[in-house]
Design a protein around this ligand. Sequence first.
Ligand SMILES: [Fe+2]
Ligand SMILES: [Fe+2]
Length: 191
Amino acid sequence: MTDESHDLHVRNGLPAEFRYLEAGCARQDWPGLKLHETASHWLEIHGWFRGMLRGLIELGGERREGRLDPAAYRADVMPRLRQFLGNLDGHHHIESDSYFPALAALEPAMKRGFDLLDRDHEAIHELMSQMADAANALNHAAVVDLNPHADGLIAAIDRAAPPIGRHLSDEEEIIVPVLTLRGDPFRDARP
Ligand SMILES: [Fe+2]
Ligand SMILES: [Fe+2]
């Protein structure tokens, strides 16, 4: 059973029922804690996605304010967006196909939390398709049509960024405590 208030496009943070591990491992404690190495690596990867998203939004802002013409916007945005989407797709596969099931086996009480993150991935996949379609349209647009297609891509990126940011943050608040308290099932020696 899913709760509609848990929907990525609706919720304002990680629901309380998935916060039961955070005593002693809440986000505000992370800087002073020895987090699991994999958790720290995860945070770095998410930092890269956040930085890329910020850059894509700034680029759209420059276009909107007229500091970039549509052709320059197209030349700048295409390789960055391709890299962002490719890496995000790969990251989601590693999470949904490998880590989430393995971590849910280590921490069965969090199974529904991992299900929530899987549903987020599906919602984000739709947003990624919309960005890819808009990029494709801009890529193949005739010169006279560059402007509206650039606007279309800027809108698709602006629409996708907040839910992706929400997901990154909520996922960290599940993954970091589970990895730090239970270990990495793919790296740590089992007794
Ligand atoms: Fe994720
Ligand atoms: Fe992630």
